[in-house]
Design a protein around this ligand. Structure first.
Ligand SMILES: Nc1nc2c(c(=O)[nH]1)N[C@H]1C(S)=C(S)[C@@H](COP(=O)(O)O)O[C@H]1N2
Ligand SMILES: [Mo]
Length: 302
């Protein structure tokens, strides 16, 4: 008797996951590698640092600089990350209403906790690659985005999904800064991308609830795209016909195109994306097209 083969070729063994301790101590770990000046990131690029210098800094071949290694990227709180974790604790994730609306048969408005309880949770071990040139292997828990899509039943007109993060300038200093003026942080997927098997809504990491600095209570995880697309602390999801602009398209044109797919052949903001430093080991490795998920997603882009 033949079994139906469930194709989960993308599954990574748990042994590859970044050690939990390293994961929680990312900042210290990168410092220990001697790359405490390593931020080759969005903040840095927006400050106009020359990409070549940034790469050299990341490889530890230049002297120490004032730039801190990113701990968590959460620009609502801080661009310089040292205080991000602390500032993010002021998010009130106990009460977190989420709205799912737009071109759907069933609009949803409920507490995040209630919504999460409706879904069957599972674990996904994914590669996670930031445009700054670091990567990790992360065990997320949560549910496939396509399950949420099924729940609300988009109409035939829906072609894009926009995700909005929170807007609370009283607690988020980044949202009080003039030079961004495009809050809230928003990201967008096409419907095809959203219902791809890999698109995931995370509610936890390493078997725990997501900490606030990592986007509690609900964040997107799209592993074949730069981590910039994995929007944290979602409050609103809207199904749309026309493609809306994303936070980065407006705030920093050229940072990342709409798709923002991992592509070693396509440098962003003049910064080469050919290599990445793997946070588990400190080894540099070649970046893979679609972050190693070409088999699952390349057909979306032909
Ligand atoms: N709302 C929100 N989501 C966000 C960001 C942000 O600044 N705000 N930064 C993005 C970037 S650039 C990265 S690298 C990842 C970092 O996720 P982590 O802190 O869990 O590693 O979150 C992404 N999601
Ligand atoms: Mo990032």
């Amino acid at each position: 008797m033949s079994k139906i083969k469930i194709n989960r070729d993308w599954e990574l063994p748990e042994s590859l996951a970044t050690s939990e301790q390293t994961f929680w101590n990312r900042r210290k770990f990168l410092q220990a590698l001697g790359i405490s000046s390593a931020t080759i990131g969005s903040g840095l690029m927006s400050k106009g640092m020359h990409a070549h210098t940034a790469e050299k800094a990341a490889r530890g071949t230049t002297g120490p600089s004032k730039l801190a290694v990113n701990n968590h990227n959460f620009v609502e709180f801080s661009q310089w990350n040292a205080e991000t974790t602390q500032l993010a604790q002021s998010l009130n994730t106990e009460s977190w209403p989420i709205t799912i609306t737009g071109l759907v048969e069933r609009t949803i408005q409920m507490e995040a906790g209630e919504l999460i309880r409706l879904m069957q949770l599972q674990e996904r071990i994914y590669r996670f690659r930031c445009i700054e040139g670091w990567s990790m292997v992360v065990p997320w828990s949560g549910f496939p985005l396509k399950e949420l899509v099924k729940l609300v039943q988009p109409t035939a007109k829906a072609r894009y999904i926009r995700f909005d993060s929170f807007l609370e300038p009283e607690i988020a200093p980044g949202q009080r800064q003039d030079d961004w003026h495009v809050w809230p942080y928003t990201e967008v997927l096409s419907m095809d991308e959203a219902v791809n098997e890999l698109s995931f809504l995370a509610t936890g990491v390493y078997g725990q609830d997501l900490p606030k600095e990592q986007g509690a209570p609900l964040r997107l995880v799209v592993p074949w795209k730069y981590a910039i697309k994995s929007i944290k602390s979602i409050t609103r999801i809207e199904f749309m016909q026309e493609r809306p602009e994303t936070f980065w398209e407006i705030a920093r044109p050229g940072e990342c195109d709409f798709y923002c797919n991992v592509d070693p052949a396509d440098p962003h903001s003049k910064l080469s994306q050919q290599q990445e430093i793997l946070i588990n080991s400190g080894d540099w490795q070649a970046t893979q097209l679609y972050n190693g998920y070409a088999e699952q997603v390349a057909s979306l882009y032909v």
